[in-house]
Structures are given as structure tokens and as C-alpha cells.
Design a binder for this molecule. Sequence first.
Ligand SMILES: [Zn+2]
Ligand SMILES: [Zn+2]
Length: 135
Amino acid sequence: MDCPVCKNAMITLELEDVEIDYCTDCGGIWLDAGELELLLGNPQQAEKLIRSFQIDSDYTEKPKKCPICLKKMQKIIVGQSTPTLLIDRCRKGDGLWFDKGELQDIFNRAQLDEDSKIQKLLADMFGEKQNTNTQ
Ligand SMILES: [Zn+2]
Ligand SMILES: [Zn+2]
């Protein structure tokens, strides 16, 4: 599968027994349909999160193309929090695209347990853990 942003082949990573596609160039992540729910682990939390998705018909960013069906994806606003978090979703439901850091951002906003395994995994894998320490 090719990255919808830089068109390079993505690699497959295994995260909590879920196979995700990861672009080593831009740090983006593709999740097939249903994988976000699997990663969240908690069906209620997943449902709440997914119910918060709203289609953003007013975005200015150039649409990315779904790596599976190659059709333009739509922008989805996640939750109500600010700054607005936008992700890309295949209109046919193939899956979701997260630019670098967005997947972690979602887990942060979903208010998972502080020592959520998935957060740690992502931080280890991508070294993106928000560090608020001053230097
Ligand atoms: Zn990429
Ligand atoms: Zn698609």
C-alpha cells in the first residue's frame, strides 16, 4: 500500500496484534476499517469516539486519496476539542488516515487511562510523547 501523502510504500507494523500501515517518510498511519476500535480495546470508548466524528465539508486542505480504492477521502472532525483535530476517512469505509501524531492525539483526547498500553507503545515506536519539561 502506498502512502497517500508521499506515495512511498508503507511498512506494516504490529501494534497490540493489530496490523497497521506506517509511512516511515512522513510518519503517517493508515488503519483499516475496524482497527481503531481494536486498538482502543474498549468498545464503549471506541463507540463514543467514533460517534464524535463529524464530516467537515468546509476544509481547505487538499484531499488525500484512499490507499485502497484511490478515491478522495473526506475530512473528519474528531470530537469537540480545540484545536480541531482532523483526520481523513475513506468515503467507502476502507479505513482512516492519520497524519503524524494524530493517532496519539486521538488517544490523548479519548482520555484513556494514564498508563494506557497503547499510548506507551506509540510513544516507544514513534518517539512522539509530548514532553512538557523545560530544558
Ligand atoms: Zn508518507
Ligand atoms: Zn477507499
